[in-house]
Design a protein around this ligand. Structure first.
Ligand code: TXA
Ligand code: MG
Length: 301
């Protein structure tokens, strides 16, 4: 299948919505990473996501909707859940909540679970597509299963070329890290995946692996990766941070927001360099650094 790349325009969204309603998956930018979106009410369309990604079918997908009202038609929000999303939606937060019986979402989306991950994204391209298709859209990150999440259209092409009909190119994504996932399924809120939305340590109990995407090797590049490096060996491509320059630098000024936004981009770059190994300078664990280090440890596993 020929993969077209169209810049984000009204016409591109119209074409993307047409493909979605015809049951095809389309790659589209969100503020976190590029997603591979399909009509969540059409089991066959969703199956094409799994097919394109080569993804193990036990992994449930995040469903994207245009607003909280649409989310409440699919999932049940208790007071704490509603309070949380009112503060962070639209934005890089996914809430796992109990699935409503009449939600109309294909069971392949939740891998048969009684809960569902819902997100209202802020990116204008994904928002426009949600409104044009007028359907909830299931969208995992737009990369082949087990490889690094895409933060640019070129990354999507690298792993999904010939496998999907269309990529909407909205430039590099702003956040660069997948959404924070929080479960609100009864009892206290639980952090399932750290991400761009910082979560107070006192409210965290992220020790249990509940999201399959938390598997240690989920974010692995194709080369071995060494962490907390100050001096690279001759055969290593060094991703620097702050005062450690490296072959490229996550953020010369030590800004963690900039580092998060560039993380997957630089891992892609290191993966594509002639050097057989990757080294990464140490990144402090405070604030967004916790999510960055989480992704780095997985990439090194
Ligand atoms: O930023 C993001 O979240 C991106 C963009 C495209 O929105 N999407 C993304 O999706 O990262 P994906 O499929 O790569 O990761 C989804 C994660 C997986 O770890 C999955 O196991 C978890 O969400 N998940 C989804 N539904 C769940 C549920 N009902 N219970 C527990 N975990 C769930
Ligand atoms: Mg992913």
């Amino acid at each position: 299948m020929q993969t077209r790349v169209l810049p984000f325009t009204d016409d591109a969204i119209t074409e993307a919505a047409r493909l979605i309603l015809a049951g095809e998956p389309v790659a589209v930018p969100t503020e976190t990473v590029y997603g591979l979106a399909a009509n969540a009410t059409d089991a066959q369309a969703v199956a094409r996501i799994y097919e394109a990604k080569g993804r193990p079918s036990f992994n449930p997908l995040i469903v994207h909707v245009a607003d909280l009202a649409s989310a409440e038609q699919i999932g049940e929000f208790n007071e704490t859940a509603r309070e949380l999303v009112e503060r962070h939606w639209p934005g890089p937060l996914t809430l796992v909540v109990p699935l409503r019986e009449a939600a109309g979402v294909a069971s392949i989306v939740t891998a048969g679970l009684g809960t569902i991950g819902l997100r209202v994204p802020a990116h204008p391209a994904m928002q426009a597509l949600l409104r044009a298709a007028d359907r909830p859209l299931a969208a995992p990150s737009a990369n082949a299963s087990g490889s690094i999440s895409p933060t640019r259209a070129a990354h999507v092409l690298k792993s999904l070329k010939w496998r999907i009909p269309l990529v909407i190119d909205g430039g590099p994504t702003e956040r660069g890290l997948e959404s924070t996932i929080v479960a609100a399924t009864g009892g206290p809120l639980r952090l399932l995946r750290p991400g761009p939305i910082e979560w107070g340590a006192e409210r965290m109990s992220g020790d249990t692996i509940e999201a399959p995407g938390q598997l240690a090797s989920h974010y692995a590049p194709s080369k071995p990766l060494r962490l907390d490096v100050t001096t690279a060996k001759a055969d290593e491509y060094l991703i620097g941070f702050g005062a450690i320059p490296g072959d490229s630098n996550l953020s010369p000024s030590g800004d963690l927001v900039e580092a998060a936004a560039r993380l997957f981009d630089l891992i892609h770059r290191a993966d594509g360099s002639p050097k057989p190994r990757i080294a990464v300078a140490s990144v402090p664990c405070k604030g967004l650094g916790a999510a960055i280090n989480d992704r780095l440890r997985r990439a090194a596993a």
